[in-house]
Write a protein that binds this ligand. Sequence first.
Ligand SMILES: Nc1ncnc2c1ncn2[C@@H]1O[C@H](COP(=O)(O)OP(=O)(O)O)[C@@H](O)[C@H]1O
Ligand SMILES: [Mg+2]
Length: 258
Amino acid sequence: MVQQAGANVIAMAGKGGTGKTTLTALLIKYLVSRNLTPVLAVDADANANLNELLGLDVDMTLGEIRDRMKTETPQGMTKNEFMELHINQAVIEAKGFDLLVMGQPEGPGCYCMANSILAQVMEKLARNYRYLLVDNEAGMEHLSRLNLRTIHTLFVVSDPSARGVLTAARIADLTKALQVEVGQKVLIVNRVPEPVPEALDEHVKQAVAQTDLVFGGYVPASQEIFQKEMAQESLLELPEDTPAVKKAFEIFDKYLKK
Ligand SMILES: Nc1ncnc2c1ncn2[C@@H]1O[C@H](COP(=O)(O)OP(=O)(O)O)[C@@H](O)[C@H]1O
Ligand SMILES: [Mg+2]
């Protein structure tokens, strides 16, 4: 497996609504419960909502800091120092993990330098953590801003449909254009009805045969996750013996064990 100094990077990919953010929250729960800490979670979706699933409030996003850097860096301070100072302040500290929110992508104008400083500061920050989790949006645009050299594990999340699984396979291929080394790409099919339909199994087998994805497993459609979402409560509170949590943890155990 590919290694780099600093945190092990785990990223989520998949089309909208498949369960990336839900699984990111469960992955945080997993890493914290197994003492695989400290963990830095990065919400890289422009419509950030990971914090809600974790019961946390957000004051400042990386996008806002990047904008402010352009006009607000005081005399006698480098842009690098400004960015580092504010990013450190923007880190939301929770029990066993921290959260950073990337926020809106840049507007018109030149952001090359700002993005390159952002990537440098993030790389330095990530050295303080054992795991860096990136919850992406479908396009994975923010992922390229972070300029990661290596992703240890990319979880590609799919809904339980023939087209969904095909899309997951396509998304797994997309990462080839990102110029980032990916250690393993693991397919998770989420919100699956029980028993698992045979036809779905066939589609999964085909997707795995045609790509460099390995099949991580099925996570069942979960009444408990649904209820937490409805009550707007943190997924971190779900008991570990909740079937969907158990399945997700089994997958994490298998692919994140060193
Ligand atoms: N296994 C599951 N069982 C029940 N509901 C789920 C499950 N996984 C996700 N959901 C629900 O599906 C919706 C989309 O999930 P989300 O994690 O926000 O997807 P994404 O981040 O990929 O857009 C949310 O309302 C979430 O609560
Ligand atoms: Mg999401």
